[in-house]
Design a protein around this ligand. Structure first.
Ligand code: IMP
Ligand code: MG
Length: 192
C-alpha cells in the first residue's frame, strides 16, 4: 500500500476522516490575532473576564487570550443541555460553575460555534442575574442560518454554512477536537 514505510505501522489519524478543510490553520490564526487586537482596544478601559464554555471553545480560548494584550482574567464553565436527542432544548444545566462572583467584571463569553443559539441564550440569562458590568459574546464560528432565538455574536471570526464541522476544538462524538484546522467530515464517519 502506498504511504507505508516497510517495517513501520501506519497510524490511523484524525485527518483520514476529513472530507474537506474549510478553514486552514493560517486563516484561523490571522483572524484570531485580528480579533485579539480588536478586543484589546474595546476593553482597554474595562475589567475583562474571559469565560470559556467547555469543551469546544478551549482551543479558540487558548489562542485568543494570547492575542489579547491588555490585562485579562480567565475562567471556565461547563454546561449540558437538557432535552432528548439532536435538538437543543435551550435549558442548560451547569456542570462546572465559575470560580468567582461576576460583579464588577466585563464578561466575554468565548464559544466555539453559535448554532441555534439556545445554549448561549439561556447561559447569558443565568449570568446576567449575577450582575456583571456587561456581557458580550465572542465566537469562532457563526451559523446564522440555524439561529432559533434572538442572539448574535458581538465578535465572530467566521460565518460557516449549515454543515457539521469539526476540529480546532469542535467535536463529533467527542473526537476531532485536536485537529489544528476546521473541516467537514466524510459522510462515511456518520454512517458507521
Ligand atoms: P446551540 O447554539 O445551542 O444550538 O449549540 C451550540 C453547540 O452545539 C456548540 O457549542 C457545539 O458544541 C455544538 N455544535 C453546533 N454545531 C456544531 C458543528 O457543526 N460541529 C460541532 N459542534 C457543533
Ligand atoms: Mg460547545
Amino acid at each position: 500500500m502506498p504511504g507505508i514505510i516497510p517495517g513501520k505501522e501506519r497510524f490511523i489519524t484524525v485527518k483520514d476522516d476529513i472530507l474537506k478543510v474549510l478553514l486552514t490553520e493560517e486563516e484561523i490564526q490571522n483572524k484570531v490575532e485580528e480579533l485579539g487586537r480588536r478586543i484589546s482596544q474595546d476593553y482597554a478601559d474595562k475589567n475583562l473576564l474571559m469565560v470559556s464554555v467547555l469543551k469546544g471553545s478551549v482551543v479558540f480560548m487558548a489562542d485568543l487570550m494570547r492575542a489579547i494584550s491588555i490585562p485579562a482574567r480567565i475562567d471556565f464553565m461547563s454546561v449540558s443541555s437538557y432535552g432528548s436527542g439532536v435538538k437543543t432544548s435551550g435549558v442548560v444545566k451547569i456542570i462546572k460553575d465559575l470560580d468567582i462572583p461576576l460583579e464588577g467584571y466585563d464578561l466575554l463569553l468565548v464559544e466555539d460555534i453559535l448554532d441555534s443559539g439556545m445554549t448561549l441564550h439561556y447561559l447569558r440569562e443565568i449570568l446576567y442575574q449575577r450582575k456583571p458590568r456587561s456581557i458580550r459574546i465572542a465566537t469562532l464560528l457563526d451559523k446564522p442560518e440555524r439561529r432559533g432565538v434572538d442572539i448574535y455574536a458581538d465578535y465572530s471570526c467566521f460565518e460557516v454554512p449549515d454543515e457539521f464541522v469539526v476540529g480546532y476544538g469542535l467535536d463529533y462524538d467527542e473526537k476531532y477536537r485536536n485537529l489544528p484546522y476546521v473541516g467537514i467530515l466524510k459522510p462515511s464517519v456518520y454512517e458507521k
